[in-house]
Write a new protein. Structure first.
Length: 104
């Protein structure tokens, strides 16, 4: 499959929401702070899930374990499902942590 350089899939926050759209007039990824996920769908979905108003579909890590949160609040999911994590270290994964975790 050949990439059409006039089309890009781009996600960006707008009103704390992320969207996926096709654009033909955005700067090249090398000229922005964007992350090129290539064909790594898991990395793309992990980054696209970033939101401040919910934890749903976001990754959490304590530096050892990785947990995809299926609930609106990670604390609810963790308590009711008896998840064994390091409570002093558990946090929402950063973009850099996701890149490292999902690298191919």
């Amino acid at each position: 499959m050949e990439l059409n350089e006039d089309l890009c899939i781009f996600t960006g926050p707008e009103y704390s929401l992320y969207s996926v759209e096709f654009f033909s007039n955005i700067p090249h990824p090398d000229e922005t702070d964007s992350v090129d996920c290539g064909t790594n769908e898991e990395l793309f979905l992990a980054i696209a899930a970033f939101r401040d108003d919910t934890d749903k579909f976001q990754w959490f890590t304590d530096g050892d374990k990785w947990i995809l949160c299926p609930e609106i609040k990670f604390s609810t999911y963790w308590v009711y499902n008896d998840i064994d994590v390091n409570l002093d270290a558990i946090h929402k994964a950063t973009v850099n942590e996701l890149i490292e975790h999902f690298k191919v």
